[in-house]
Ligand binder design. Sequence first.
Ligand code: MIC
Length: 715
Amino acid sequence: MAGRSLTRKNIEGRLVEGAWRRGEDIAIRVDKVLMQDATGVPACLQFEQIVKPVEERVDVEEESRDGLTPLLQFEEFGLDEVQVPFAIQYVDHNVLQIDERNADDHAFLRTFCKRYGIWFSPLGNGICHYQFIERFAEPGTVELGADSHTTSGGAMGAFALGVGGLDIATTLAGHPFWFRTPSVVQVRLQGQLEPWVSAKDVVLELLRRYRVNWGIEVAGAGGVMVLEFTGPGVRTLNMFQRMTIANMAAEMNATAMFPSDERTREFLRIQRREDQFVTLEADEDARYDLSVEIDLSSMEPLIACPWSPDNVVPVREVEGTPVAQVCVGSSVNSGYEDMAIVAKVLRGRELPSVGTPQGERLLQLIVTPGSRQITNVLTRKGLTGDLMSVGALFPGSICGWCVGMGGAPASGTNSVRTGPRNFPGRSGTKDDKVYLASPETAAATALFGRITDPRTLGEYPDLGLYDLEDGDFTDYLLMRPLPRKDRSMIGVIRGPHIIPPPRKEELGNTISGEAVAKFGDDISTGSISPDGPNVMGKRQNIGDLAIYTFEKEMPAGEKGVIASKFYNIAMRAKRESGGGFIFAGQNYGQGSSREVAAMVMVELGIHAVSAKSFPRIHRDNLIKQGILPLFISEELYEAIEWRERPEKGKKQLPFVREGQIIVLPRLREELASQGATVTLRIGDHEFHVEHRLNERERNIILAGGLINYLKTQTK
Ligand code: MIC
């Protein structure tokens, strides 16, 4: 037998069903689960629906009295605790607390964790992937997270995957995790990075070469692509550098896998967890689906220009571009060295004055270290002080500006950020222009107020050693699971907005409805269900959340007509035509794992989304909510008529002509009989549309979603 990749070894060690055959479904045991607050609330509410629907809302004041009833129901099912060895819930996304919703959600999650045996990391302790790597990730384990950047765990030699909240809920309820046998791509690293060139540049280089839909191209519909890093260059990268690369593998529709070697041991030793170290690497003759090579020594600083992480050019090509804001840290590049380099470059200097459409002002610098532990080390070494005296803002260890939670740049200004995504409007500003770059480039840019190649700064400063002293650890902030016997009196607190999500019914044989929108390529889940405090804070109530669907793409009041809001269009179609159909180009649903981007479709009566391609997570999320993802042909795409063509030079808006009725006349029959296509009619035209669903996925769609499907399995 040919040698095995590290990914394969790891997965085969946990197989419950199926065998490693590319593209075929397998089920594995999961060791560790992580959730964050923004995706965790729907995940926990669905966990309840799986084990037993909680019919009544328990009011905050009634916590202790009503707390017992649902618990007894869980006990009936033998499920009074989660069924994975380790699960943790973080609060790091919905943190602005602009009204009661965020705080009520935090209380719900805290008490839910207490009740069901889940660890809880409170607001301020750290960003999920950073804190998790520091304290919990282990080489050779399988980690699932309700956050697309869970991929960061690949830095530790774990198989780490971002998934939808419902996958998390089913895992917590004791089901194995089903997915396609991955396609494994070897990324062989040679050489060593030159000073001022960083791990961010390595991942930007991958994005520049292979683009955001690489994973879709390599792994196919529903497939998982793993970038497995090998070669002599790997050992030149420390844990935080590996995390940067693994984090942004998500941007290519992939996850990453690094070997567990001396650098891993070093990190675990610093974290006082050296006993969890094991050496792990691929066999020398491991077989890969594809191999690519990067020579670290020949890399130069790169930057992703607006509005896609793969719109990458060398920094020197955009040097001099004026910048009014620099943000460092958050989801990626929030490690010790990432922060230290900015502090060292700016130490004793002043932030520059920059010209903006709103007049002259000081450049704004926002710094978000990945965890309180990292902040403690920076503070002990005087680096937090350096940044503060320059004037940097410290909102805490939160996702913050990366997902539009504050820090929106002023209109018409450029922002350089070390975050992972720069989709249009994600920062919170409609006409934003966000560039993604390394901390080195960000620091040089902050110094001059214009994009600057950091290699012009001279000698690379000594960043000091990353080490930890007793006082740097923050484990005391974590809430550990209570002993089982003490959980019985714990009530789950539900604020007034928290309600169980809607569910679809079993699929009928014929479905029909109206075409409600037609999009171009690369629509992100952040465009489907928007980022930012107002909308992300409403995920505990899908009915409320649905109102904002596609708000960035189909603004309310387009030409002053309120009915052009997507919500109104879809609700009218649901009422008058029995539902809606969405059409789109390539890579529909890229980016965040937020499954609410599929859940709102249930609320809005959407039957199917037909697109040229889908990234894995969003396609999975649609299927699991019972929404049919179809693969549209160019002919069908063209057959859907726009409401009006734009004037020359203007953007095509996704509005379609009203009254285009779509019928899938034999859907149930066709899916059940395992045909490759389903029939779709528009007026007199008939199309045979590919669904690319495997047997399990077909059954989930037939049942009206994963929760219904699981119920049919346990009957
Ligand atoms: C992101 O980077 O887009 C987020 C914010 O972490 C999301 C999570 C979310 O939408 O809640 C993700 O990537 O999954």
